[in-house]
Design a binder for this molecule. Structure first.
Ligand SMILES: Nc1nc2c(c(=O)[nH]1)N[C@H]1C(S)=C(S)[C@@H](COP(=O)(O)OP(=O)(O)OC[C@H]3O[C@@H](n4cnc5c(=O)[nH]c(N)nc54)[C@H](O)[C@@H]3O)O[C@H]1N2
Ligand SMILES: Nc1nc2c(c(=O)[nH]1)N[C@H]1C(S)=C(S)[C@@H](COP(=O)(O)OP(=O)(O)OC[C@H]3O[C@@H](n4cnc5c(=O)[nH]c(N)nc54)[C@H](O)[C@@H]3O)O[C@H]1N2
Ligand code: SF4
Ligand SMILES: [Mo]
Length: 702
């Protein structure tokens, strides 16, 4: 037996772990008690990593479709054949009709993401889609525009204190196991130490038990609540004079702008009592230092970027930015070249894609703050050929048939493409429709200088296994880039030399780094006192000059969800329940893990949470089968009754498929909640979709 120290990547986590090996075989993963990031923490997804690694359904060599698309008839090919075919097709497209006829789609943040965007840019396609409009981009861009960098809760307390007050806004960290580059264990410890906890969530999440305020708002009304809290704090003079006067711009305009947005205005919109809003605002503003942990719920609305701006403004006017125990701007480790895209736009390559969009991208000019190609527009353009039809597509680490909206349209798009490549571990419903399948390495099969988004350290990840011919996605991208003559963008002969380059200025190579395990930045607080903020005015911009220059609202506004009891009362009579989806569950990562028995056992069926009184009115029992219906479609789920949810709201799990059922669909039509979403008004800035705040009706299935 031997034990290898490495870093888990079962999610966006930062858990350093110990991998227990019996000879060549991985037998167990445990938390590393000596890790400063995880301190021994491990979640069920991390513990199940060996089950993923050795799963009998995993595909471990490249395959080419033999029979008709979706027939499940594949033949094994070599990497050389697979990459020759890809390179040949891409070179041909470049000649005629042009590079924009090749598109790329990726999933959530994974180690490959800076390689995929770099590859798309180097090859020259502006058609690069993903999930960013639903996930993180709104919060990240709002942060970059408002103060230059994403602020993170100071739960480590390097400045001698952790937060006295913690706000958890639409975030479910005890389920996800990690959030904002912090380990769930660290967050839970900080919550236990805090004097005041404020939860903003329509559902009872675990920390609600210790909360002083639980604002159980109507889904999607977050923007109204945030504005009313700003109104209260300014109106009652609870703002931090030193910070606001010294380091922010636009306070006078903000104060005038929020005057109408009183708690009395927000109460009927949010479904909260006026007094609840006032008391929470007072508690937040008077208990310092305070930190606000925000989650995915902020991203999925018709008002996500604007709401994120309001939440940044709340942190700023209370003086909590970059103060010990507040919301801080991490200092990354010195000399590590792979800086995080959450700290620096340049690294992402995304701003280049945005520029290239004009005229050539299928979504040219539609959503000014969507750094990727707007996903619904991307898929529609392929399905309909409007404005033109891409010919070839590479999907890297995503299962859009399950995780994106417009599932039927995506299916039509996949059928309409001439050549689709999917890189994955399994033949998912999406991969079943590919022409070429490329087997990817799991984190146990990967080396990495793990730069986890937005944190003060990088972690060493060390490959401990390799099944069949699986390859790291980045290694594949380097080889393909070289075959296409894109050495300028990918100057490294192989992945290992890339890591050595990343570490070069630290004076270490990858092996030495692995010995060390972690490199940390040296935290300094109140950095703005010397250097200001990285914005056009050098101040934290309460009123945004960037937005003004773009012709967007420079002061935060609230917009109702496109379908809601307020915006579409007629529709709400037919579909009387508010639908929120995809509150993350502990055992599954989106559409992943359904084939892993120890995870599936925790949650064998797709669940929808319903309040017992609402269920009683509908004749629905706990464990009973129900249909959820929207104007777009209907799915079947199992009811879980809980009084921890608003009576007018139901919460449905997302991304369900059944690997045990026959291909190519694996039962995805039955319960995939994203089939319930189709055309809608998108957030006009980011193109986001109301996955956390729509309408539905629910009835007993049989
Ligand atoms: N209704 C609803 N829909 C949602 C959400 C919601 O809350 N509600 N949440 C949204 C959010 S926040 C996100 S981020 C998206 C996620 O969307 P996706 O990223 O598409 O979701 P996953 O199911 O994780 O799909 C990833 C696929 O990639 C494979 N994979 C995992 N790691 C790797 C890797 O390193 N390399 C390769 N090549 N493949 C890999 C997995 O096996 C899986 O099949 O879903 C969104 N969809
Ligand atoms: N186990 C596991 N971990 C994961 C993932 C996973 O799929 N599984 N996915 C990863 C990814 S890509 C992401 S983005 C993160 C997301 O993780 P989080 O940021 O925690 O987001 P969610 O779990 O989608 O939703 C958080 C909370 O928002 C609440 N909520 C729903 N609607 C609203 C609303 O309108 N307003 C407010 N204020 N709250 C609302 C839900 O009840 C839920 O408790 O998790 C990551 N970690
Ligand atoms: S929280 Fe994420 S990184 Fe940590 S053990 Fe779980 S899957 Fe791994
Ligand atoms: Mo996400």
């Amino acid at each position: 037996m031997k034990v290898v120290r490495t870093a888990c990547r079962g999610c966006h986590g930062v858990c350093q772990v110990l991998v227990h090996m019996d000879g060549e075989r991985v037998v167990k993963v445990t938390g590393d008690p000596e890790s400063p990031t995880g301190r021994g923490y491990l979640c069920p997804k991390g513990a199940a990593a060996p089950d993923l690694l050795y799963h009998p359904d995993r595909v471990t060599y490249p395959m080419r479709r033999k029979g008709p698309r979706g027939s499940g008839d594949w033949e094994r090919v070599s990497w050389d054949e697979a990459l020759s075919e890809m390179a040949g097709r891409l070179a041909d497209l470049k000649q005629d009709p042009g590079t924009e006829y090749f598109g790329m789609a990726q999933g959530t943040g994974r180690p490959y993401t800076n390689f995929t965007s770099r590859f798309a840019h180097a090859y020259g396609t502006p058609n690069f889609t993903g999930v960013a409009h639903l996930c993180y981009m709104p919060r990240w861009l709002a942060s970059v525009h408002t103060l230059g960098q994403l602020p993170i809760c100071d739960f480590y307390g390097f400045g001698g204190t952790t937060p006295r007050c913690i706000v958890i806004w639409g975030c479910n960290v005890t389920e996800t196991g990690a959030s904002d580059g912090m380990c769930g264990g660290t967050v839970e410890r900080a919550i236990r130490q805090a004097e005041k906890v404020i939860i903003v969530d329509p559902r009872r999440v675990k920390p609600t038990r210790d909360a002083d305020h639980w604002l159980q708002l109507r889904p999607g009304s977050d923007g109204a609540l945030a504005l009313a809290m700003i109104n209260t704090i300014i109106g009652e003079g609870l703002w931090d004079r030193e910070f606001v006067e010294g380091y922010t711009a636009g306070f006078e305009e903000l104060a005038a702008h929020v005057e109408p947005f009183t708690p009395a205005w927000a109460a009927p919109i949010t479904g909260l009592e006026e007094s609840e809003i006032v008391e929470a605002a007072r508690a937040y503003a008077t208990c310092a230092p305070a930190a606000m942990l925000w989650g995915n719920a902020v991203d999925m609305s018709a008002c996500n970027y604007q709401t994120a701006r309001s939440l940044l403004i709340l942190r700023a006017i209370t003086g909590n930015i970059d103060r010990p125990g507040g919301d801080v701007l991490w200092v990354p480790p010195e000399g590590v070249r792979q800086r995080s895209l959450f700290m620096n736009l340049e690294v992402a390559g995304l701003q280049f894609l945005t520029k290239d969009k004009v005229g050539r991208a299928v979504d040219a000019g539609t959503y000014p703050l969507c750094a990727i190609t707007h996903a619904p527009t991307f898929w529609r353009s392929i399905a309909t050929g409007d404005p033109y039809r891409m010919r070839a597509l590479w999907i890297v680490g995503s299962n859009p048939l399950l995780t994106q909206t417009h599932s039927d349209e995506i299916e039509r798009a996949l059928d309409a493409l001439e050549f689709t490549v999917v890189s994955d571990f399994f033949l998912t419903p999406t991969a079943q429709r590919a022409d070429l399948f490329l087997p990817a390495a799991t984190w146990l099969e990967q080396d990495d200088v793990a730069n986890l988004h937005k944190i003060w350290c990088v972690l060493a990840r060390k490959s401990v296994a390799r099944l069949g011919e699986v390859r790291d996605d980045r290694d594949v991208i380097i080889e393909l880039a070289h075959r296409l003559g894109l050495e300028e963008a990918f100057p490294w002969p192989d992945l290992r030399s890339y890591f050595d380059w990343v570490l070069q200025e630290t004076g270490m190579d990858f092996d030495e780094f692995c010995e060390r395990g972690i490199l940390t930045g040296e935290m300094r607080y109140h950095k703005y006192r010397e250097s200001g903020f990285v914005t056009p005015t050098g101040k934290l911009e309460l009123r945004s000059t960037i937005l003004e220059a773009m012709g967007l609202e420079p002061l935060p506004v609230y917009r109702e969800p496109p379908m809601s009891p307020v915006s579409t009362p007629d529709l709400a009579r037919e579909y009387p329940l508010v639908l929120t989806t995809g509150a993350k569950i502990r055992g599954f990562f989106h559409s992943e893990g359904r084939q892993i028995e120890r995870l599936r056992r925790r949650n064998p069926e797709p669940l929808v949470e319903i309040h017992p009184e609402t269920a009683a009115d509908l004749g629905i029992e706990d464990g009973g089968c129900v249909r959820i219906e929207t104007p777009e479609g209907s799915v079947e789920m199992v009811a879980r009754l809980t009084d921890g949810i608003r009576r007018d709201t139901v919460c449905a799990q997302h991304a369900w498929w059944f690997p045990e059922e026959p291909p190519p669909d694996h039962g995805r039509r039955r319960s995939s909640v994203n089939a319930l979403f189709g055309d809608t008004e998108y957030d006009p800035d980011t193109g986001s979709e109301p996955l956390k705040c729509s309408l539905c009706r629910v009835r007993k299935a049989h």
